[in-house]
Write a protein that binds this ligand. Structure first.
Ligand SMILES: [Zn+2]
Length: 499
């Protein structure tokens, strides 16, 4: 049970919500109760019950005289705001019957219902187990074929068999959807929308980014080859300098010779990140002590070459698992951006992979910033789009992520089309559109990580029934307290800035 509670606390922490009194915690008398599973409570406060599994749903239905209908694979789609929605494909437990009033519906699903005449609300989605299932996306288990090829040392064969396999996909673009890229955002929407519906007063939350900014953008590059370093880097940099964009340059320390001048320049105009030592596709295959050695060596080399400390990491081939994140933390890294929100094809597991959220999260003390936009390699080379079609796909998704308030993380390789001669105008057009909105906070990955850690530390006190932040000094002025005053099926949340 305490583990279920910590998942619910994770939802409340994401919104920075002081209101959610979870499970049987009931110590302030001002809030409501959010319960993972049926609760024996008999409180005066409203209670929202999220069923934990089939047996629990059955006992809830029995207790409240409801009919239960279980569907294995429901598509839930809900508005976040009037022009952006969130979706998830998941198992649902719908409660219906006389005396059960639907409060939030998605198609034929009763996402949230209420017992007539009572302050008891029932969710059709198991917010605890659905979240756990999605977070397993942190792991990306190597496929047998990947193991065989990498043992042969034939790294150069990998792109070939990925291409052959991808060729058979009818259209990888169809697989990039709201419910694949950010199903976690649908669960978080359901959590907050339930609070708003059940609470008898506005629900305070803290804005995701600095006051005046609604979403974030980080421009990132993995420099794969010497040629990319010697030519593509300068083309991309030339465009970025026009917009004053500081980007993150992830560099392998031992794959090609590094020039101290170039490395220092990249650290100065933007930010350097480590991209393994040899970049041979074996980082997740070698023993933990060798992983640790690679992570230390890469960091030492780049710090020595640049004269600056290097705090960030991106894994080659976006290889990822929780063990690697733990080792990064011990090796002195502060942030990592190695897990896609969702990607059509992982070269390592040979399947789709991702963590299903477009927001940073903290794991083993490391701020993980998901690669939320489809990376250029997948759009250009795996799916086979032109640079112009790649740009419009990126803009479509960044527009949506921006409306959810997420972090748009762009990954452009100087070695591929955008870094090649003749494509500067295309890259310029892309950046101009991505960074155009004054509500967009353009940061390096390190900037995003530092902000997210700061936001994470903000605490609430309930004084005189009003929320206040513990971080009363200058930094907390940058955070925006907002009030969720309503949620409805057309326009999603009504969020107002608090004074
Ligand atoms: Zn790479």
């Amino acid at each position: 049970m305490p583990e279920n509670l910590s998942v619910l606390e994770g939802y409340a922490d994401f919104w920075k919500n002081p209101h959610a009194l979870l499970n049987d915690v009931n110590n302030s008398g001002t809030g409501l109760i959010f319960s993972a599973g049926d609760s024996e409570s008999n409180f005066e406060e409203p209670i929202v019950i999220s069923p934990t599994g089939e047996e629990d749903a059955k006992s809830i239905a029995h207790k409240y005289g409801a009919e239960l209908s279980i569907k294995e694979d429901s598509m839930i789609k809900l508005p976040f705001s009037k022009d952006a929605s969130v979706s998830i494909r998941t198992r649902t437990y719908d409660f219906t019957g006389p005396g059960i009033e639907p409060v939030i519906k998605s198609g034929s699903n009763n996402v949230l219902s209420k017992l007539a005449g009572k302050k008891i609300f029932l969710l059709s989605i198991d917010l605890v187990n659905a979240y756990r299932r999605l977070m397993r996306g942190i792991e990306d288990k190597p496929h047998r074929r990947f193991l065989i090829v990498s043992k042969l040392g034939a790294y150069t064969l990998i792109p070939q068999f990925i291409r052959n396999r991808a060729f058979k996909k009818e259209d990888g673009l169809d697989d990039l959807r709201e419910d694949t890229i950010a199903p976690v955002e649908c669960l978080r929407t359901i959590f907050l929308a339930s609070l708003v519906k059940a609470a008898e007063s506005p629900v305070p939350v803290i804005g995701f980014w600095r006051k005046g900014k609604n979403y974030a953008l980080a421009v990132t590059h993995d420099v794969e080859t010497q040629e990319g370093m010697e030519s593509g880097v300068w083309r991309l940099l030339g465009v970025e300098e026009k917009f004053g964009i500081r980007s993150t340059w992830n560099v392998p320390s031992d794959r090609y010779p590094l020039s101290k001048d170039t490395i220092s320049k990249l650290a100065k105009v933007g930010e350097l990140g480590c991209h393994d030592t040899r970049h041979d596709g074996k980082l997740v295959l070698v023993r933990p002590d060798e992983q640790a050695k690679r992570l230390h060596d890469c960091k030492d080399s780049l710090e020595e070459a640049s004269g600056q400390s290097v705090k960030g990491f991106r894994s080659p081939l976006l290889q990822h698992n929780s063990q690697l994140v733990g080792i990064l933390s011990k090796a002195g890294y502060e942030f990592d951006s190695s897990i896609p929100s969702w990607e059509v094809l992982s070269p390592t597991s040979l399947g789709p992979h991702g963590v299903g959220t477009v927001f940073p999260f903290i794991s083993s003390g490391i701020v993980e910033v998901p690669v939320s936009l489809p990376q250029d390699h997948q759009l250009l080379r795996v799916i086979g789009l032109s640079p112009a079609d790649t740009s419009s796909t990126l803009l479509k998704f960044s527009n949506w992520i921006g409306k959810l308030g997420g972090a748009c993380v762009l990954l452009v390789h100087p070695d591929y089309e955008y870094g090649q001669p003749g494509n500067e105008a295309e890259y310029q057009k892309l950046l101009e559109s991505l960074a155009r909105s004054p509500a967009c906070d353009v940061m390096t990955l390190g900037g995003i990580a530092r902000w997210w850690k700061f936001r994470e530390r903000i605490q609430w006190k309930l004084e005189d029934g009003r929320p206040s932040s513990d971080e009363s000094r200058s930094d907390s002025d940058k955070a925006q307290v907002r009030l969720a005053t309503d949620y409805n099926e057309q326009n999603g949340f009504t969020l107002e800035d608090a004074a």
